[in-house]
Design a protein around this ligand. Structure first.
Ligand SMILES: [Zn+2]
Length: 250
């Protein structure tokens, strides 16, 4: 989904629905002002583990055993079915690849496209996927949240989320959009969202990340819940409202 006219992005992204977004066409400028105001009072944290953006655009990262399969055909079917749902909901189609996250369970988004006709690439570690699915407290909903979080980063990249934005803002905004998607999937009743969020964000490895770069578990849970409770809203509206919520309250 695209929120603003941009010749450069229009040329490489066929998933825009500009006709529905006319009233939002000027919001990135507003976003820039909001972010600049915040950046002026914040130090910039180091790049977060789960988001590789412009700094690796040159293709300098290496991953082990990159492919489109987990090695388990049943699990592959679940993941790729979810990916189809994410493409429809977020109206953007990145490539999706799996790899062996040998050092720590992880997932991340890259602006680099690895297939023609796609925007960016999301990478999911096989250890992360199996870890999320192996605990009763998390399971399928947790996998959905993590996948939606990375899809949200792709959406941010496609919409020019400023490079200077503090990592924490970017991450909490992605958490919020993941909550929005979870709500649309109706996988967890509202009372269970918090109990789902905490183990995800404390999950060993994937979120062995600093509060500075990702926000506290409480902030992340609040962001997820905020998005979940607004599942009926259009994506463009929750994208903007969610950013203002993160900047104002988290
Ligand atoms: Zn992230």
């Amino acid at each position: 989904m695209r929120f603003a006219s941009s010749n450069e992005l229009d040329a490489r992204n066929e998933h825009c629905d500009d006709a529905r977004l006319g009233s939002l066409s000027h919001w990135p400028l507003r976003l820039t002002f909001l972010l600049l105001a915040l950046i002026s009072t914040s130090s910039l944290p180091a790049a977060a583990n789960c988001l590789l953006d412009g700094c690796v655009r040159g293709g300098s990262f290496e991953l082990a055993s990159v492919s489109r399969t987990t090695g388990d055909s049943e699990l592959d079917a679940r993941i790729w079915t979810e990916a189809s749902g994410l493409i429809r909901a977020f109206e953007i189609q990145p490539s999706m690849l799996l790899y062996d996250d040998l050092e720590a369970p992880n997932a991340f988004a890259s602006v680099q496209s690895t297939a023609a006709g796609h925007f960016g690439t999301v990478y999911f570690g096989r250890r992360l996927i199996s870890g999320l699915l192996s605990t009763e407290a998390m399971g399928e909903a947790a996998l959905v949240v993590v996948m939606a979080h990375e899809w949200s980063h792709i959406l941010q990249l496609a919409n020019g989320f400023p490079d200077q934005a503090p990592s924490r803002v970017r991450e909490l905004h992605a958490d919020l959009l993941a909550g929005w998607y979870l709500g649309r999937r109706n996988l967890a009743p509202p009372g269970n969202v918090s109990s789902l969020a905490v183990p995800i964000y404390q999950h060993n490895g994937y979120h062995d990340l600093s509060v500075l770069s990702h926000g506290s578990v409480d902030s992340r849970t609040m962001a997820l819940l905020f998005g979940y409770q607004r599942a009926e809203m259009p994506l463009g509206a929750v994208y903007q409202m969610g950013l203002e919520f993160v900047l104002t309250y988290l």
